[in-house]
Design a protein around this ligand. Structure first.
Ligand SMILES: Nc1ncnc2c1ncn2[C@@H]1O[C@H](COP(=O)(O)OP(=O)(O)OP(=O)(O)O)[C@@H](O)[C@H]1O
Length: 228
């Protein structure tokens, strides 16, 4: 697909196929087009060309409700929580049949249990991110798109949160796409990785191979195009 803003393309001819239970790390510097790609997959932005299918079913262009109904769930980088509602209320509103129930969500994020009656706006940054992911999980995602999970979080929190991405994919069999600036941590939980720079795919391959070759990753960030 080709994605962009208005008539201006950001990423052209981007091709991606993901299996159930697979984690993809979508990497690249600021302005590469990662958020635009996720928002387009989620139907929040109309695509300029191409198609998106979930489980073989094509999605209508630029329509978030059918995309969400088909199982695509986006955790945006601003988390988009209802800040005046409690943790429990945020989860109850999002809950769909087939998704994790509140107890299931609490099991993955035990530290939220004590905060169930606290307003989302009063949580720490890490807790807010946990709630944003928990809220996505109660929607029963087939494809979970997480934009910059670690935005604004201390490294120690990121180290605790990112492995949960692997657990979510393994336990729910959802496809998980993570946009992440903590490259080595992202590669440690992902199956595959793609490095996008200024709208071009510079490197893609198995995450373990990319993790083993930091100089290649660095070259991709700096402008070289190769494939693993
Ligand atoms: N609302 C918008 N209208 C027009 N252009 C936009 C808009 N949002 C982003 N862009 C442009 O699209 C390009 C890709 O931006 P995008 O936010 O997708 O990149 P990114 O890889 O997610 O970077 P970051 O990590 O900084 O969020 C950039 O050139 C950006 O200026």
């Amino acid at each position: 697909m080709t994605v962009g803003h208005g008539s201006v393309a950001v990423l052209r001819g981007f091709d991606l196929a993901l299996r159930q239970g697979q984690v993809l790390a979508l990497l690249g510097p600021n302005g590469a087009g990662k958020s635009t790609l996720l928002a387009t997959m989620a139907g929040l932005l109309p695509r300029l060309g191409g198609s998106v299918s979930v489980a073989g079913r094509p999605l209508p262009n630029g329509r978030p409700a059918p995309a969400n109904k088909s199982g695509l769930v986006l955790v945006p980088d601003d988390r988009a929580l209802f800040t005046t509602l409690t943790v429990g209320e945020n989860l109850t509103i999002a809950n769909k049949s087939g998704g994790l129930d509140l107890d299931g969500a609490m099991e993955l994020f035990p530290s939220l249990t004590k905060r169930i009656n606290v307003a989302a706006g009063s949580l720490s940054g890490g807790e807010q991110q946990m709630l944003a992911v928990a809220r996505a999980l109660v929607q029963n995602p087939k494809v979970l798109l997480i934009d910059e999970m670690s935005m604004g979080l201390a490294p120690v929190i990121v180290e605790a949160l990112l492995p949960l991405v692997r657990r979510i994919a393994d336990e729910t069999n959802a496809v998980v796409v993570v946009v992440e600036q903590h490259v080595s941590l992202a590669l440690s939980v992902a199956d595959e990785a793609i490095v996008v720079v200024h709208g071009d795919v510079h490197l893609r391959g198995p995450a373990s191979e990319l993790a083993a070759d930091p100089s290649r990753l660095e070259a991709a960030y700096l402008g070289e195009t190769t494939s693993a």
